[in-house]
Design a protein around this ligand. Structure first.
Ligand SMILES: [Zn+2]
Length: 425
């Protein structure tokens, strides 16, 4: 009982601490307010994976998100699977959000219509302010939506590190290498440097540098890549690939190839020179074997002066990721997405990093949502619970005072991401 009271007191104190949300996929607010939303929007994001693993067909999932169909029909498709996923951390964020913003104690047969009506009514300009600022106490959210024209200062952009040709699961062709571009979520292609035609490998690097400088001038504070089995960069091997594509000696390269390895490595270096952060997705996604965080060790060693923000604790390679934070001065460990993967794992990991990693290197929260902004609140409630649980344990064992515990929380939630990204707040 005493523990529960202490945790509750800490949660109340944590709610007073401003948060830098260190990873989202939120688009500019007008994208959200011009979309149709209802209760099923709360299940349009990561819960999609759980619903499909539970047995929902892709066709039924797509139908459940199709606003041209009547809500009662879509709910009927969705409801049986909700019962399978409702106890998971992904779903919990939706239940917390529905309670907070739409007054629903549960999402079920009796409440789904009313929640939907209230969501549609609340989907107006100012919703980001109401959710992120007023309900969450978020100062700014670092967001990756493949555009920089986001609602600053509430949102702060992060952009892709390199053109999409180097990371899509498609072979690289001369056409793509010649016009390196990033693709936005509407499928539009944005050429990195429209003023330049790529004829040489140096042109390709220049196009990327021009892009980096441009997005930095537009407010981007970091560039994002994913962990992967990158080989040591070789300009010679990259040149050979480039020429083979250019001359038509080969029609395409596999996704992993010396040209990609070289360009990615050069752009990591340049990003560091521009004093921007390299954000790195590690672990969990699709065939996550390729995303092992340990692939990053040679990269970290080659770029000791570049700041790397390692996302997601590399789930399920949690200990391996913690060791990256233990051994490399250029690594920060970012708990974005973790509290909705599993509160149990996130709590255990947070407790362990106090033992292992210096406290200026931990970032406690990133919601990792796109359209359902309300779930950022749900996720943050869960993160605060996890933080409070860990700190309460330390306090009860007499290892720290409540003041010391809250000083740590302030670093994790605000000071550390502010310092890492050199945010001017
Ligand atoms: Zn993400």
């Amino acid at each position: 009982m005493a523990t529960a009271q202490l945790e509750q007191r800490l949660i109340s104190a944590l709610e007073q601490i401003e948060v830098i949300d260190a990873h989202e996929h939120l688009s500019p607010e007008h994208v959200r307010t011009s979309a149709k939303v209802d209760v099923l929007t709360l299940f349009s994001h990561y819960t999609e994976g759980d619903l499909k693993v539970a047995g929902m067909s892709d066709a039924d999932f797509q139908a459940s998100q199709n606003h041209d169909l009547p809500l009662d029909r879509r709910w009927a498709l969705f409801a049986p699977y909700l019962e399978h996923i409702r106890w998971g951390s992904y779903a919990r964020a939706a239940f917390i959000a529905a309670q907070k913003f739409y007054g629903a104690d549960d999402i079920n047969e009796k409440t789904y219509i009313e929640i939907s009506e209230k969501m549609a009514k609340a989907n107006t300009p100012g919703i980001y302010q109401r959710v992120l600022r007023d309900a969450c106490n978020i100062r700014t959210a670092l967001t990756q939506c493949v555009r920089t024209d986001v609602d600053r200062p509430l949102l702060t952009p992060i952009m892709p590190l390199v053109a999409d040709w180097a990371r899509e699961p498609e072979p690289e062709t001369w056409e793509r290498v010649q016009r390196p571009a990033i693709i936005d979520w509407q499928g539009n292609s944005h050429v990195l440097d429209p003023s330049r035609e790529v004829r040489t490998l140096d042109d390709l690097l220049s196009a990327h540098r021009t892009y980096t400088e441009r997005v930095k001038s537009e407010g981007a504070v970091g560039l994002k890549m994913a962990s992967g089995p990158y080989q040591p960069p070789s300009r010679e091997a990259a040149s050979q690939c480039f020429e083979d594509l250019q001359k038509g000696a080969i029609s395409s390269l596999p996704t992993a190839n010396p040209l990609r390895d070289y360009v990615v490595d050069e752009m990591i270096r340049f990003t560091g020179e521009q004093d921007l952060v390299v954000a790195v997705h590690t672990g969990y996604w699709g065939d996550f074997r390729a995303l092992d965080p340990l692939h990053m060790i040679p990269v970290l060693q080659r770029h000791p002066n570049v700041r790397f923000d390692m996302y997601h604790l590399g789930y399920p390679w949690v200990r391996e990721s913690i060791m990256l934070g233990k051994g490399f001065a250029n690594v920060w460990l970012n708990f974005c997405w973790t509290h909705i993967i599993s509160q149990r794992f996130a709590t255990d990991a947070l407790d362990e990093v106090i033992d292992v990693v210096p406290m200026n290197k931990i970032i406690a929260f990133g919601g990792d949502y796109a359209l359902p902004v309300e779930k950022v609140y749900g996720h943050l409630v869960m993160a605060r619970e996890d933080i409070a649980r860990v700190l309460a344990g330390r306090i009860e064992r007499g290892q720290m005072t409540e003041d010391q515990a809250l000083t740590l929380a302030r670093k994790w939630l605000f000071d550390n991401p502010k310092d890492l990204y050199r945010l001017d707040l």
